[in-house]
Design a protein around this ligand. Structure first.
Ligand SMILES: [Zn+2]
Length: 233
């Protein structure tokens, strides 16, 4: 059965004033309700790596993959306790040069500053059963930079995260959902086995593992939007 791969960024109280990409900040209350919906619908929330056998059809069961991009501290603070409460696991995709830093790549777009998890928070994320995935060193636009630089962005990010995790990091998400044939090949060469993009539908065994589709959950999604994304897309 198709697996919804959910994509979140920040879990925090959204700012009052209109700021760019405010829709990417989902409140902790909405996030808890959405996890509640998954449970009620009989879904187990899993990290992307743990969902792979369900996507390929090796295992059967109602599974939703829960993913977060960018490694924000507010996911550690606000989402992790909720995931724990529901017994769900998730994947966070980290920008390796911003560990303990912030969303500097977002600033030129006018997005409000938000901090990224530091090493000890990443280790606790991991020891709580969650997965550490990679999102390049600098949140790079991979199709727009020279190939050698793109490869470095992929392989050095992987190395740095592996050092922290003490294990292999083989799950990747494209910053800005930006990729093409060449970029997907580089991701494979850098040693990743799965990469998530932003095509909006559920994943099946027919999907290219270098471009798994994901469903973005937005601040103003109602429960009906949320359930429809999980069940119908
Ligand atoms: Zn990102």
């Amino acid at each position: 059965m198709p697996v919804p791969i959910l994509l979140y960024h920040q879990i925090a109280t959204p700012p009052f004033r209109k700021t760019p990409f405010r829709s990417m900040i989902v409140s902790p209350e909405s996030f808890r309700r959405q996890m509640g919906w998954l449970k009620r619908l009989g879904y187990q929330g899993l990290s992307l790596r743990e969902s792979l056998p369900y996507i390929s059809g090796q295992k059967t069961g109602k599974v939703a993959a829960i993913t977060f991009d960018d490694g924000f501290t507010n996911v550690y603070q606000n989402a992790m306790p909720i995931l724990q409460e529901f017994g769900f696991t998730a994947t966070n995709f980290f920008v390796s040069n911003q560990i303990g830093g912030s969303n500097e790549w977002d600033r030129p777009l006018g997005v409000l500053p938000a901090t990224c998890m530091d090493i000890s928070q990443i280790k606790q994320w991991l020891s709580s059963g969650h997965e550490v995935g990679a999102h390049t060193m600098d949140h790079a636009h991979l199709s727009q930079i020279p190939e050698t630089q793109a490869f470095e962005q992929l392989s050095l990010c992987k190395e740095k995260l592996q050092e922290i995790v003490g294990d292999r990091v083989e799950t990747f998400a494209y910053p800005y959902g930006d990729h093409n044939d060449r970029v997907r090949e580089l991701v494979r060469q850098a040693g990743y086995i799965v990469a998530a993009g932003t095509e909006r539908r559920r994943a099946t065994g027919n999907d290219d593992l270098m471009n798994l589709p994901r469903l973005t959950i937005r601040r103003d999604d109602t429960w009906l939007h949320f359930v429809a994304k999980c069940l119908l897309r």
